[in-house]
Design a protein around this ligand. Sequence first.
Ligand SMILES: [Zn+2]
Ligand SMILES: [Zn+2]
Length: 99
Amino acid sequence: MAVDTKELAKAGKKEKERELGLGGLIILGLIIWALVPRPPKYECPYCDATFKTKAETITHILDVHFGEPPELIECPLCDATFKTIAEFITHFKEVHLKE
Ligand SMILES: [Zn+2]
Ligand SMILES: [Zn+2]
């Protein structure tokens, strides 16, 4: 009887994603994504996909890796909340990534 180790690994990964929660995962991914120097291309923090624009990257992340975005996005570094990921990214870059 053969055990499919690939399937087991996949199931384990899914379990971990559930623990973190949708909002937590999105924010974690976006922070990694915002911190990684990426020109001339944008990289998905969850897979090997690359994109030409930020909008394409966000669309891909939401379409492929998540069902729907959380209703309210909380900045993990301050008390600010945002209705859209674009607003959160702008805030994160301007407030927390400025030197
Ligand atoms: Zn991806
Ligand atoms: Zn903040």
